[in-house]
Structures are given as structure tokens and as C-alpha cells.
Ligand binder design. Structure first.
Ligand SMILES: Cc1cc2nc3c(=O)[nH]c(=O)nc-3n(C[C@H](O)[C@H](O)[C@H](O)COP(=O)(O)OP(=O)(O)OC[C@H]3O[C@@H](n4cnc5c(N)ncnc54)[C@H](O)[C@@H]3O)c2cc1C
Length: 416
């Protein structure tokens, strides 16, 4: 079969790799000159089942509301005349009950655990190098009440197979000596020994090279203009450089998937939620982090990626605007200096912003839809690096006519 994959982010590339391994003639279309240059470019690098909680929670409506007047909030909700944002927000609010939060979180957890195993398998079979660190992640707390909520929440994940430990400041310092200067700031942490980190861009480009070597045809610098449909089937992809045809198609365009799906009569509730990313060279000879984590009070995620320190933060409802300036990174730089005062070259910051493809309930949208030969692999939101291998394995299984290894109820488009 000839399969056309739209998008060469981490999701599109893992899909293409699996399809080629199945023996399909595989084509990937992307507007960028290389794989992984949009949202997969500079994420925090955390492979984090321990941070899987769905954003739609009983606490979320208050946080959204407060963010309307707080300029320093980690979440910036903006009242805009955008009917899609309103519809997405209504769906988000409908998922903020305790019962739905629990169900959505558990769906994501099962997918994350499956995906982590698939990623390990992919890394083994391809030997792609991506600065992987497999020493767990630390979720750090500054405030006792917040820590209590964190440890209460962690029980749900523990009951469903995830190993998590509530630890004290001495254990934090023992696990992560680089945090010693900040030891007094944290009253405890949740340690997820099986969580990991790694460079998503390096992995995506490394896997793309392996896939190209196995015959995948990457059509870069091709802008998808339209997905053509006739009689309930996709017949071809119109790009700025001509038409591309296949027998089956996979939509993996991240935040842009709903725009291309809309003319087909498909309503994909994926909304772009902007995040900011800061990369600093690690300082030579200084204590630098061994394992990644999240400063929960500031919602700043960090990881060491080779000889660099990556930090990310903020959920900004700014539509498709990916602009940024130095002022967006002041908070992150303050946190970085607090955590690792001598750990990085703070005079050499590299800034970036990109869009998380968020669904209102949290799980991604994968699998079949009402168009016979179109498969969806999108909406991985804040966890696309963690979930990519699992989602793509599932989509490749469905295209091969096999039942996926995990239950995909609640992950398909028909849940909306
Ligand atoms: C600040 C931040 C931090 C994050 N941290 C983490 C983390 O620590 N762990 C984690 O698991 N996840 C994290 N994520 C989420 C993760 O990065 C994303 O979920 C993931 O990268 C999405 O991958 P994708 O392939 O779907 O999208 P993308 O990487 O955006 O790929 C989509 C591709 O489609 C192409 N495209 C779009 N429109 C067109 C068109 N019309 N024609 C042709 N090509 C087109 C783009 O060029 C792009 O290459 C983070 C996200 C952000 C923003």
C-alpha cells in the first residue's frame, strides 16, 4: 500500500517509520526544510507519565478565570472573538469534573506507558541517539498544601501501575546534587523513577534519517494546500509543488490538523496553546542537572539535553501567533538561576515559542474517522514527545488491519 503522511513532527516521523517497517511505500509531506522544525523543535524533552494529569480538572476553571487579570500567570487565557476558542473552552469546562478528569488522566496514562515501551523498542532497534537520560524525573514542590495535593493526586497513578515516591529535601539533593543551592526552596518532591528525558528534535531527525534510508520519501518544503476528497475517500493532496496521491493518508499536522480537516467536514477540537522554550549552554565544570523535572509552583519544566539546559513554561491562548520577545522569558530565567545558579551560561539564551495541539479533554485523537482511507494522529497536546511512539504504533496497526495492543476507546474522534 502507498501511504501519505502529512507532517514530519515527532508524530508524523514515528508513523512513517512504522509504516515503512511494515513494508508500505511511504511518503511524508511537510512545509519545513527538515523534520521536527515546529512544535517538536524545542520542547522540554520530558517523557513523563508521572505528569500525565489532564489539564481539564476541578481546579482548572478558577485558574483560567484568575489568569484573565494576572499578568504573571503560567496559564494565560485570553477572551478573544474566536468562536473555535469558545467552543473548545466549553468542551474543556465540561471535562473539568472529578470523574472526567480521572477518566481522561487514566486514558492518557495507559497510552503514555505503552508509548514509553514503544519508544524504548524504537531506540533499541534503530540505535538513534537523542541524549536519553533514564534516571527518572523530579516534580518539585515549594508549598506544603500544594505538595499535599500533589501526593494525593499521585495515588491515582500509583493505583494504575506507575511507580511514584514522595520524597523529602535531603533525598532531592541526593538524587540531584545540582539542586543543592536551591534545597531550601523545596519542601518535597514526587520522584518518578521510570520517567525519562531526551532531545525530541534529535530523535525526530535521527529517526527520519533511518526512515529515509529505508525508502521513505520525505517531500520537504511542500505546503499542503488542500486534502482532496471524493465519494467518502481521500483522492490526493494538493501542495504548492503539485499533487501527491496514495491509498491511505495519515493526518499528523499538529495544531494545523483542524484547519486542513475542516473542509472535509471533520471537526477536530484541537486548539493551539502556545508555550515558550529557553535553551542555555551548560556551564563547564559546574554542577549541572543529572535528571529533569518540573518546578510545580512556577510550572517550569527543565531537562539537560547533551551540553544544553532546556526550560519551558506557559500555556498562552494566543491563537496561531508564535511570536516572542525577551520579556516572555524573564520568569523562566529567574527560575533557572534559582535552581541552577552556576549551571548554565545565562548570557547565551536561545529563545523559541511554539504551539501545543491541545484537545479539550486531554487525550489525543487517533485512528479512523468517517473518511474511509484517512487516519488521524494528532492532538497530543503537552505530551506529544511522550505519546508519539505509542500513537504511531497504533495508527500503523490500524492501517495494517490489526487490533492495537491497547484499548483505544476514548482516543478516537467519535468521542466528541
Ligand atoms: C513549550 C512546550 C513544551 C513541551 N514539552 C513537552 C515535554 O516535555 N514532553 C512531551 O511529551 N511533550 C512536550 N510538548 C508537546 C510536544 O512537543 C508536542 O505534542 C509534539 O511536538 C507534537 O508533535 P506533532 O508532530 O504533532 O506536531 P509538530 O511537531 O508541530 O509537527 C507538525 C508538522 O506539520 C507541518 N505542517 C503544518 N501545517 C502544514 C501544512 N499546511 N503543509 C505542510 N506541512 C505542515 C509542520 O511543519 C510540522 O513539521 C511540549 C510542547 C511545548 C509547546
Amino acid at each position: 500500500m502507498r501511504v501519505v503522511v502529512l507532517g514530519s513532527g515527532v508524530v508524523g516521523v514515528t508513523t512513517a517509520y512504522y509504516l515503512a517497517a511494515e513494508g508500505h511505500e511511504t511518503v511524508v509531506i511537510d512545509r519545513q526544510p527538515k523534520a521536527g522544525l515546529e512544535t517538536s523543535y524545542a520542547n522540554a524533552g520530558l517523557i513523563a507519565p508521572g505528569h500525565v494529569y489532564s489539564w481539564a480538572s476541578p481546579r482548572a476553571p478558577k485558574i483560567l478565570l484568575q489568569s484573565l487579570w494576572r499578568s504573571d500567570a503560567a496559564l494565560k487565557f485570553r477572551l478573544k472573538a474566536d468562536p473555535r476558542l469558545w467552543l473548545w473552552s466549553l468542551r474543556f469546562l465540561a471535562n473539568c469534573t472529578a470523574a472526567r478528569n480521572r477518566a481522561n488522566t487514566l486514558r492518557k496514562l495507559s497510552l503514555c506507558l505503552y508509548s514509553q515501551a514503544q519508544l524504548a523498542e524504537l531506540a533499541r532497534e534503530t540505535a538513534v541517539e537523542y541524549h536519553a537520560i533514564r534516571k527518572g524525573l523530579l516534580y518539585l514542590y515549594r508549598d506544603p498544601a500544594h505538595f499535599e495535593t500533589g501526593t494525593a493526586n499521585m495515588r491515582l497513578l500509583q493505583e494504575h501501575g506507575l511507580e511514584l515516591q514522595a520524597i523529602d529535601p535531603a533525598r532531592i539533593a541526593a538524587l540531584e546534587p545540582a539542586l543543592a543551592p536551591a534545597q531550601g526552596k523545596f519542601i518535597g518532591a514526587i520522584y518518578a523513577p521510570r520517567d525519562e528525558s531526551g532531545d525530541c528534535l534529535k530523535f525526530t531527525q535521527g529517526l527520519a534519517a533511518v526512515a529515509a534510508g529505508r525508502g521513505v520519501d520525505f517531500k520537504h518544503e511542500h505546503e499542503v494546500r488542500r486534502i482532496e476528497q471524493q465519494g467518502g475517500k481521500i483522492t490526493g493532496i494538493a501542495t504548492d509543488k503539485g499533487r501527491v496521491e496514495g491509498d491511505a493518508y495519515v493526518l499528523a499536522l499538529g495544531s494545523y490538523s483542524p484547519i486542513l480537516a475542516r473542509p472535509l467536514g471533520l471537526d477536530l477540537p484541537v486548539y493551539p496553546v502556545k508555550g515558550y522554550s529557553l535553551t542555555l549552554p551548560l556551564a563547564e565544570g559546574a554542577a549541572t542537572p543529572l535528571i529533569g523535572g518540573v518546578d510545580e509552583a512556577n510550572l517550569v519544566a527543565y531537562a539537560a539535553l547533551g551540553d544544553r539546559l532546556r526550560l519551558t513554561a506557559t500555556a498562552d491562548f494566543a491563537g496561531y501567533d508564535t511570536s516572542y520577545d525577551a520579556s516572555h522569558f524573564a520568569g523562566m530565567l529567574r527560575v533557572a538561576r534559582e535552581l541552577f545558579p552556576h549551571g548554565a551560561a545565562y548570557d547565551k539564551p536561545d529563545y523559541w515559542a511554539c504551539l501545543r495541539p491541545m484537545t479539550p479533554d486531554g487525550p489525543p485523537i487517533i485512528g479512523r474517522c468517517k473518511i474511509a482511507n484517512l487516519y488521524l494522529n494528532t492532538g497530543q497536546g503537552h505530551m506529544g514527545w511522550t505519546m508519539a511512539a505509542g500513537c504511531s504504533r497504533i495508527v500503523a496497526d490500524l492501517i495494517a488491519g490489526r487490533a492495537p495492543a491497547i484499548d483505544i476507546a476514548g482516543l478516537t474522534l467519535d468521542r466528541y
